[in-house]
Design a protein around this ligand. Structure first.
Ligand SMILES: [Zn+2]
Length: 120
């Protein structure tokens, strides 16, 4: 079975999404571990060096990492359903649509999935 251009691009987006999710999960584990290690320190190094540390806390906050993880999971589900339902072999048909009572426009679209074709 041949794979069309849309499927190749969807596959790339899906792979990127999965890699991003793996990296996020790793980041969540590491940031949790860092918090534990800081709590075990016998000094206030991270309390007394707040400029870089507060920037780190802002960029790697648990809330924003979890929020991003949920958004990527949702995107993954949507991509999965598109991959399952993607038209494999378009059947193009030409059609004329009326723009107003005087103008009409020719479009080409797939009868199976309704994707329209670019007119160059
Ligand atoms: Zn199609």
């Amino acid at each position: 079975m041949t794979i069309n251009g849309e499927q190749k691009i969807l596959q790339k987006i899906s792979t990127l999404n999965q890699l991003y999710l793996k990296m996020l999960e790793f980041t969540l584990e590491e940031t949790t571990e860092i918090d534990v290690e800081i709590s075990k320190l016998d000094n206030n190094y991270f309390v007394e060096n707040p400029s870089f540390f507060s920037e780190y806390k802002r960029l790697f906050s648990n809330d924003s990492l979890h929020k991003l993880k949920n958004e990527l999971n949702n995107l993954g589900d949507i991509i999965d359903s598109h991959q399952t339902n993607l038209c494999n072999n378009h059947e193009w048909i030409d059609d004329t649509i009326d723009i107003d009572c005087e103008k009409s426009m020719c479009i080409t679209y797939c009868t199976k999935c309704e994707t329209s074709k670019k007119h160059n």
